[in-house]
Unconditional design. Structure first.
Length: 257
């Protein structure tokens, strides 16, 4: 590891791609004031991200929460942990090393979800699912239209739907005005729910993370009600809800002092 700007040698966290469990190598984790904000130290050494950048955030609250997840990961020195134990660290790392240097790339990635917007693809059977989609999804599209003037087309079936150029322009305008913490949070929420509309509703406070995840899972929950429980499906829905909650918490902490 390199040293710079008077910082102590850093320690690198596991990346999201790391497979399997790892051994906790630190005893103490703590947030500390640093140049440009607040860093997190493990046994007195600052954390460096996979690209070598020091993990430094402007919010004391976020730094404290990141330190707390490192303090609990693995239980104690020598314990086992995985990257899943460090969700705030992962999102912060994405914000610092990917979003901040090139916000336009994150905007473009999110815009890919406009044509694939979950709420715009409706079933034509069974009747129960059709009714639930209408009841749960129509109000969200109505909210989008009322607040942002965006009128997204809706289709039945699985054939690809291309939204109008006006819709894409409107979404780009929204995202290009969005700050880096919010873009990072949306980068987690939108893929988890397959919905840029629900992601926007959460980051603007129109929906809670839990409610948005529930709305996004109408199809799966209804199918299980009709055909029976599916343990794998339930676990997948649970993990998606956790991701949305983690991203929402990250954003809330970012905007705290």
């Amino acid at each position: 590891m390199t040293q710079g700007n008077g910082m102590k040698e850093g320690v690198s966290p596991p990346t999201p791609q790391t497979q399997g469990r790892r051994k906790r190598f630190w005893a103490l984790a703590a947030a500390r004031p640093a140049e440009g904000g607040f860093s997190v130290e493990l046994d007195g050494r600052g954390i460096r991200l996979p690209g070598g950048t020091p993990l430094c955030v402007t919010s004391r609250a976020l730094a404290g929460a990141i330190a707390d997840e490192w303090a609990h990961a693995g239980g104690e020195k020598g314990g086992d942990f995985t990257p899943d134990d460090l969700p705030l660290t992962r999102i912060a790392g994405t914000m610092i090393e990917r979003v901040a240097p090139d916000p336009a790339a994150q905007v473009s990635a999110l815009l890919h979800y406009v044509d694939g917007e979950l709420l715009c693809y409706r079933a034509d059977y069974p009747a129960l699912l059709c009714a639930r989609q209408k009841a749960e999804w129509d109000p969200q599209l109505a909210w989008l239209h009322a607040r942002y003037g965006i009128d997204m087309a809706v289709t039945q079936g699985i054939m690809p739907l291309s939204q109008s150029q006006a819709v894409h322009v409107a979404w780009r305008s929204i995202l290009e005005k969005t700050d880096n913490p919010t873009l990072a949070a949306l980068g987690v929420m939108v893929p988890a729910m397959k919905s840029i509309v629900l992601g926007l509703a959460v980051v603007t406070g129109a929906l809670s993370a839990a409610k948005a995840a529930e709305i996004a899972s109408v199809d799966e929950r209804t199918q299980m009600e009709i055909w029976g429980r599916d343990d794998r499906q339930e676990e997948s829905l649970r993990l998606a809800a956790v991701e949305v909650t983690d991203a929402s918490r990250f954003l809330r902490l970012c905007h705290m002092a």
